[in-house]
Design a protein around this ligand. Structure first.
Ligand SMILES: [Mg+2]
Length: 374
């Protein structure tokens, strides 16, 4: 079998899919990071000259060639393109053998996969209503960002509003539900300590990105001051990018994202590294259905998996795919079809392109006009 064609499809609301065709008629689908989709699509096409004519089943070999064949390695742009290709290659391998990808990763270590949605709202009342709606649908975990834009130090009112959102959600959902908080790297270490201490009575399951992941010593120091477990990893790439954070001992949950961390196999290997540090796996995925599929196959085969992120119902695929995922009582059943298990409805995808403006950027500005972390 040989690769004959590589292409990308940017689809509404915000999916960037990869399609790899072969001379045997097997088509593999993958997904890239959709942020700055123009750059991601160009990264995918930049490997066309290498991949055309190659055997698509030599996945690790091609990954090595794409990663190590350039002096400037890694990062979200190149890494996103390589990851999207890698997902599509696993889809082809699974389809060629007639088995789901998790079977090729050592077989399933669980029967179904627990997932969570995001809740949210501009007001506390909207947040509580959104959390209650998720409970009514049977979810056993949810996540939200309790903070808005944050200055390096904050006034008591801002702190109290953030803490009040956590209290209100905990009181709404009770004590058997995982309430996960995402600080989104917006918060300074000084403020993270104050917020964690005040939110601690409401027992968050973890606090995600309490500070930006680029400063591991800062995160490690926070871990000595927090009692709440720390989660991070959505902005780290490949095993090498995760090494230091795991060695630091700072975190309880690792959150690699297959569509940017390096693909299915890289995410599985990061999970295995985490297992040796007694760290749980909660793959990042606020993106689309092919990346969700990649997450589910890794989750199926990883003993230290904890819970899977899905941003909302639109990310299950909708009409963009022929077999959208279904969440029942907070779980998704193991995918059983060959490969990643879902195929694009290309006619729908071509008729519903991603609007260019969704990719322009998102900003927070302070009252004085300066930029705050989004
Ligand atoms: Mg996050």
């Amino acid at each position: 079998m040989k690769i004959t064609r590589i292409s990308t499809l940017a689809v509404a609301p915000k999916f960037l899919f990869v399609k790899i065709e072969t001379d045997e008629g097997i088509v593999g689908y993958g997904e890239c990071l959709p942020d700055k989709a123009v750059i991601q699509a160009a990264a995918v096409q930049s490997f066309e000259h290498y991949l055309i004519g190659q055997d698509p089943t030599r996945i690790v070999h091609h990954w090595q060639a794409m990663v190590r064949g350039t002096f400037w390695r890694g990062g979200p742009s190149l890494g996103g393109g390589i990851s999207g290709i890698e997902l599509a290659l696993w889809d082809i391998l699974g389809k060629s053998l007639g088995v789901p990808v998790w079977q090729l990763l050592g077989g399933a270590v669980r029967d179904r996969i627990r997932v969570y949605y995001h809740c949210g709202g501009g007001t506390k009342e909207e947040l509580v209503a959104s959390a209650k709606a998720l409970m009514d649908q049977g979810f056993t975990g949810l996540k939200f960002n309790p903070t808005g834009k944050q200055r390096v130090v904050e006034a008591p009112g801002t702190i109290e509003r953030a803490v009040e959102r956590v209290r209100a959600v905990r009181e709404t959902v009770g004590n058997e539900v995982d309430v996960m908080l995402d600080f989104h790297g917006r918060v300074s270490p000084s403020m993270a300590v104050i917020l964690e201490e005040e939110m601690r009575p409401y027992r968050p399951t973890f606090i995600e990105e309490p500070v930006l992941p680029e400063n591991v010593p800062a995160l490690t120091k926070l871990a000595t001051q927090f009692k709440t477990p720390i989660a991070t990893g959505e902005r780290l790439f490949t095993r090498w990018g995760f090494r230091e954070i795991l060695e630091s001992g700072a975190i309880g949950i690792i959150q690699p994202d297959p569509c940017v961390a390096g693909g299915v196999f890289e995410t599985r290997q990061i999970a295995a590294m985490a297992e040796t540090y007694y760290v749980g796996l909660a793959p990042h995925n606020p993106y689309g259905p092919l990346n969700l599929a990649a997450c589910l196959h890794v989750a199926a085969a990883s003993p230290n998996f904890f819970i899977q992120e899905i941003f909302d119902v639109t990310r299950l695929g909708g009409r963009a795919v022929k077999q959208p995922f279904e969440v029942v009582n907070g779980y998704i059943e193991l995918p059983t079809r060959p490969g990643l298990g879902i195929d694009l409805d290309e006619e729908y995808c071509l008729a519903n392109p991603m609007e260019p403006q969704v990719d322009h950027g998102r900003w927070f500005f302070e009252d004085d006009g300066s930029v705050a972390d989004w």
